[in-house]
Design a protein around this ligand. Structure first.
Ligand code: CU
Length: 169
């Protein structure tokens, strides 16, 4: 049965980095000449990479698919645990139901998250719920959605797209 197979094939790939070399060490080893670094109060809202959250935010992949952030709780995305509902659509806008992977990354810091996202697929709405989207640190986070179709996550994704958000302290 296709739908239950799809549910079973929904799992998580990537995005997990237990070793976090640069994480939380902004001030460590800073000399007096570096005292201006690591100012935790600087906002990333003006970072050109980040999106302003709205419901039904679309990001296009480079292979014709659209990844829709249907809703986020809390909204806008915030520090620590988030729950996201996403949909993957083909070029006609038809929802797709195959395997999805999620990666969480802080591109400026080179680390992922400690709590891996769990993905569940709801066949009634053709949406995937990702919970938690665990963004534990203030700054720019990249949330990458990889769509694998009927293939497993060992294959190359059919398409992928990333959402970037500024998470406030
Ligand atoms: Cu970080």
């Amino acid at each position: 049965m296709r739908l239950s197979n799809a549910l079973l094939r929904v799992f998580t790939v990537g995005g997990v980095a237990l070793a976090c070399g640069a994480c939380g060490t902004n001030h460590e080893g800073a000399s007096s000449t570096q005292s201006g670094l690591g100012n935790d109060t600087v906002s990333c809202e003006a970072d050109p990479r980040v999106a302003t959250y709205t419901a039904h935010l679309d990001e296009s992949g480079s292979h014709g698919l659209t990844f829709e952030l249907v809703s986020a709780d809390p909204a806008p995305p915030a520090k620590f645990g988030n729950s996201w509902v996403v949909m993957v659509k083909d070029s006609d806008g038809t929802p797709l139901t195959g395997t999805l992977g999620v990666g969480l990354n802080m591109p400026s810091h080179g680390h992922g998250t400690q709590v891996p996202p769990v993905i569940t697929f709801d066949a009634a709405t053709s949406t995937y719920t990702i919970d938690p989207v665990y963004l534990f640190m203030p700054g720019v986070w990249q949330i990458t959605l990889d769509y694998y179709g009927d293939a497993g996550t060992d294959a190359d994704p059919v398409d992928e797209a990333s959402f970037f958000f500024c998470i406030e302290g």
